[in-house]
Design a protein around this ligand. Structure first.
Ligand code: F6R
Length: 313
C-alpha cells in the first residue's frame, strides 16, 4: 500500500503545533469551526476533544446560527482556500461581530481575508485536502491554545498515537480487507465519533465506497434494529476504552450473529485515540483503494460540482 502523506503526519503535526504566531485573540465564550469535508473534519475532532470544556459549534454550511456574536471565536478552515461554503459562513460570522481566523494553504481565503484584515494561518500543502489533516488540525489547536489554553501533554500524546498507528499498518490492511465489496456500517462510541465521520469520508473519497455512521448510544435506539435482517453491509465496532454501553452492544451483536470488525482505539486520552483511529483507518482506505484498483487521490465529482457551483456569496 502506498501510504501517500501518512508517514509525514507526525513530523508535520510537530512542526505546525506551537510554531504559529498570532495577534491577540479576545477570550471567547464559544468557538465556531467552519469547514467542509477534509477541512471540516477538524471541527468534529475538536468538538469531541474540547466540547465538554467550551461550547464548540461545527458549521458545514453557508451561514452561521443567529446566536453567533462578538463572544464567539470563528476558526474558518479550508485547505484550498476556495471552498464557497467556508468563505461565506466565515464572512457571515464576521458580520455578526465574531473574531475570525482563517486556516488555509492559500486561495481566495488567504487573499480576501488579508484584504479584510482577518488573520490567516497559512499551512503547507499536501497531496489533497484530506491528507493535509495534520497541518489543519494542529494549526486550529494552536489557535485554541492561544485563545483558551490546551493541555500540551495531550497534544504530544496525540502525535505519539499517529506514530503508533503507522506501526500498525498490517492491522490497517486487515481492516481494509474485511470491508472490500461491502458497505461498512460503523458503530462507534460517540465520545470519538469524529473518527467514524472521518473514516466514512475516507471510505468515500479514497476507496470510492459508501458507508454509514452509527454513533452509540443513539444507534442503540434505531440502527441496531437492522441486525434483525441480513444486509450487504459489514459491521464495524469502534471502541474507545471502558464503556458498559459498548459491551452491551457487542453482546447484542453476538446474539444476532453479527460478526463486526472490531477496533479498540489505542492512546492515552481522547485526542490520542482520535488520532490513532483517523491515521489507522485512513491507511485502511488506501489499502482498499489499491485492492479495488481505484485512484485514492482523485475526487472528480467534487471537483466538477465545485466548478458548477462557483462562488455562492
Ligand atoms: C478533498 C477533500 C474534500 C475537501 C472539501 C473542502 O481531498 O477531502 O472533502 O476537503 O471539498 O475543500 P477544502 O478542504 O479545500 O476547503
Amino acid at each position: 500500500m502506498n501510504p501517500l502523506d501518512y508517514r509525514q503526519w507526525p513530523t508535520t503535526s510537530k512542526s505546525i503545533y506551537g510554531s504559529i504566531k498570532l495577534g491577540p485573540i479576545p477570550r471567547p465564550s464559544s468557538i465556531l469551526i467552519t469547514g467542509m469535508g477534509g477541512s471540516g473534519i477538524v471541527g468534529d475532532v475538536l468538538r469531541d476533544y474540547l466540547g465538554g470544556r467550551i461550547p464548540i459549534h461545527v458549521v458545514k454550511d453557508l451561514t452561521v446560527p443567529d446566536w453567533v456574536d462578538a463572544s464567539t471565536l470563528t476558526i474558518a478552515i479550508s485547505y484550498s482556500g476556495n471552498t464557497s461554503e467556508t468563505i461565506c459562513s466565515s464572512l457571515c460570522a464576521r458580520e455578526r461581530g465574531s473574531a475570525v481566523i482563517g486556516v488555509t494553504t492559500g486561495g481566495i481565503m488567504a487573499s480576501e481575508f488579508r484584504r479584510l484584515g482577518i488573520q490567516v494561518v497559512q499551512v503547507p500543502t499536501a497531496t489533497a485536502p484530506r491528507f493535509g489533516f495534520p497541518q489543519l488540525l494542529y494549526a486550529a489547536l494552536s489557535i485554541i491554545d492561544d485563545a483558551v489554553g490546551v493541555n500540551g501533554k495531550e497534544v504530544e500524546e496525540s502525535i505519539a498515537a499517529q506514530e503508533e498507528a503507522l506501526r500498525d499498518v498490517s492491522l490497517a490492511e486487515y481492516v481494509g480487507e474485511q470491508l472490500l465489496g461491502a458497505v461498512p456500517y460503523i458503530f462507534i462510541d460517540s465520545r470519538v465519533q469524529g473518527v467514524a465521520v472521518r473514516f466514512k469520508n475516507d471510505l468515500n473519497e479514497n476507496a470510492k465506497t459508501p458507508a454509514i455512521v452509527a454513533p452509540i448510544p443513539e444507534a442503540d435506539h434505531n440502527d441496531i434494529v437492522t441486525l434483525m435482517m441480513r444486509h450487504s453491509v459489514k459491521h464495524v465496532l469502534i471502541k474507545a476504552g471502558p464503556n458498559p454501553v459498548m459491551e452491551a452492544v457487542e453482546s447484542v451483536f453476538a446474539d444476532f450473529s453479527a460478526d463486526p470488525v472490531k477496533l479498540e482505539l489505542k492512546g492515552d486520552g481522547l485526542l490520542a485515540k482520535e488520532l490513532y483511529g483517523i491515521t489507522l483507518l485512513g491507511m485502511a482506505t488506501l489499502h482498499m483503494a489499491e485492492k479495488l484498483g481505484v485512484d485514492p487521490v482523485r475526487t472528480d465529482p467534487i471537483d466538477l460540482l465545485k466548478k458548477r457551483l462557483g462562488r455562492l456569496c
